[in-house]
Design a protein around this ligand. Structure first.
Ligand code: ADP
Length: 265
């Protein structure tokens, strides 16, 4: 099961880019679920980790994938020492404990997951466990957060209106240049003066039009590049491994990206 839980002792660093912290707090206070939309590597997970730690709530994170079923979230009977025993899944644990459950890339999950989420995300706030006959009422501290990337144009995997209209929603983009310099520098240890051109390059790549890039370079990749550079690697090699190769397999686009690098460095 691709889930992990944690109550971090310290609050992970997060630079706010809009009013997302206030929105999170309002959602949490009012027991409303929250949907985070945005490209990969732009800070959604870090935001949730930061806010969960700040509110002192345990966080259950589930990385959703196309084989993930409702049972993976709710739980199942397992054989233990010759006996069958019910074992809660991460969503059930979060509901019982009044914790935060974060379903990353929720549109990837199987369709039966939506059936589970519906009674949990409207005013009923209940989790039905068919197998045990239990019906759990979520306590006030429980919060459901889901994320998805609208950039992946997969018609089959769009979130249905009946599901998405149960969530408050917020769009995440890449941070503005000053914030991104701060974030990349903080995370990599590379001084802001050397991060600035990297962030400028990131901006150029994200603005490229007419190129077959599925998505612009993420903050995460810029942090990788800066981390390599902070460790002593030359700019060219660092960008090759952390930006150009991860972004595309297409030789022509790689050449165009190298040309772009040359205009910045
Ligand atoms: P997502 O969940 O959107 O795919 P992440 O939250 O994993 O992306 O972000 C990738 C990395 O980028 C994080 O590990 C963190 O280092 C960094 N990051 C991005 N945005 C921010 C931000 N606003 N504040 C702090 N770190 C950030």
């Amino acid at each position: 099961m691709n889930a992990h839980a944690g109550t971090p002792k310290s609050v992970p660093y997060y630079a706010e880019t809009g009013n997302e912290c206030a929105l999170f707090n309002a959602a949490h206070k009012n027991g409303l679920p929250l949907l985070l939309k945005g490209p990969t590597g732009c800070g959604k997970t870090r935001f949730v980790e930061h806010m969960a730690a700040q509110s002192g709530r345990r966080l259950y994170t589930v990385a959703c994938h196309d084989d993930l079923t409702a049972a993976d979230l709710i739980g199942r009977y397992l054989l233990r020492g010759g006996q069958t025993e019910w074992v809660d899944g991460p969503l059930t644990r979060a509901v019982r404990e009044g914790a935060i459950c974060y379903l990353d890339e929720v549109v990837e999950a199987r369709k039966d997951v939506a059936v589970v989420l519906h009674p949990l995300t409207d005013n009923r706030r209940t989790l039905m466990i068919d197998r045990t006959g239990e019906e759990l009422q979520a306590p006030p501290g429980f919060m459901l957060i889901a994320s998805y990337n609208p950039g992946y144009q997969n018609v089959l995997k769009r979130m249905k209106p009946s599901t998405r209209q149960r969530f408050l929603a917020i769009t995440f983009g890449f941070p503005d240049p000053d914030t991104e310099i701060k974030v990349v520098s903080e995370e990599s240890g590379l001084e802001p003066g050397r991060v600035a051109p990297l962030v400028r390059l990131g901006g150029h790549i994200r603005n490229l039009s007419g190129m077959d890039l599925e998505e612009g370079v993420s903050t995460r990749l810029l942090i990788y590049a800066a981390t390599l550079m902070a460790g002593g690697m030359g700019v060219e090699k660092a960008l090759e491994a952390a930006v150009i190769e991860p972004l595309t397999d297409d030789a022509d686009i790689q050449t165009a990206l190298r040309d772009l690098v040359a205009t910045v460095y």
